[in-house]
Design a protein around this ligand. Sequence first.
Ligand code: CO8
Length: 371
Amino acid sequence: SNIVISGTGLFTPPHTISNDELVAAFNQYVDKFNADNAAAIEAGEVEALSHSSSEFIEKASGIKSRYAMYKDGIVNPDIMHPVFPMSEEGRTPEIVQMGVAAAKDAMAQAGKTAEDIDMVIVSSTFRQRDYPGMSVEIQRDLGIKGFAYDMGIACSSATFGIINAFTALKAGTAKCVLFVNPEFTTPGLDFKDRDSHFIFGDVATAAILEPEENAKPENAFRILDTKQQTEFSDNIRSDSSYADYCFDSLPANRYAFKQRGRKVFKELLPLVTNFIGEQLQENSIAAEEMKRMWLHQANINMNNFAVKKLLGRMPTELEAPVVLDEFANTASSGSVIAFHKYKDDFVSGDRGLICSFGAGYSIGSLLVEKV
Ligand code: CO8
């Protein structure tokens, strides 16, 4: 039978940080660093740091603001990271809190209760502990029977997770899947790094997948086709590891997201446009026949270039909606946020594409049709 996404959910964290607020903290940090190191800078032993700018951020990326679970530490030039209690026995990790909230939203939209669901997939870039699985804690907190597992492949965690749910339903290993996608990215960023301090925000998304005959049609989207591709690149990389305590001296920002942004832009763009072009061809669908492309949200210029290549013209706002301005890059969640916010105007038979691309490199895509 056909498999549908019968509902989606979104959890928006409590705090917003505008570019101006982020840049003000960063520039105060830079001024203090340069003053504290004036003699070494003068002697050529230390490199002076440069200011960040809101204009650069918006022009280079399309980002105007981001959400954060914890704001105070990030915008304090003496701290420059989120401050929150450590995960330990008896304390619910943020990833679980965020995931549960998004899951409840998706379950409400699909009209499902815990009893209806028999499988939970939690797919995200980070795990707040190695085990027991975040997914199993989310499953317990929602009162779901059956089984749950964690998975992730950075930027494509969401699309690959939804595709796993789809294949499990196709194979009959599950009857109704809750997909959860909590992206608690802010602890993974080096807020002292000018090149990347503005890129990410926190969010969680979720979705319910099930056979079409069991689903309420109102919000249901039939999955017509899925496609995945990976090709190794370490142009986007983080080296943090469970084994870090074994090493005597660790670089201070070893945990942090690092990228060669220009290279990523140049290498990923042709991979993505070829990939989407192939998928459309394999399904005998012309790009113009698609009402919408819910694309990965890393960079507005990259999305515009990609759609321009496919359509032969610039997309309208509704052909390739942007949520980057409000949410920033949310690792793997961007395309699902776009889908969640921009799908209510679809009528039966309208088609669209949910597509992620990024670290790995990884690309994941689902061609969907409104039931
Ligand atoms: N303020 C002012 N100036 C700046 C700043 C700043 N904040 N940052 C850099 N500059 C300067 C640079 O130093 C440079 O100066 P110069 O020309 O003198 O050398 C100039 O501005 C131009 O810099 P860039 O060439 O770096 O600028 P770009 O126009 O290339 O824009 C971007 C940088 C925005 C990073 C852009 O390259 C980009 O978005 N590329 C695509 C990257 C991409 O898609 N990455 C995928 C992201 S990964 C992902 O989505 C999930 C990964 C896992 C999640 C991890 C969560 C923490």
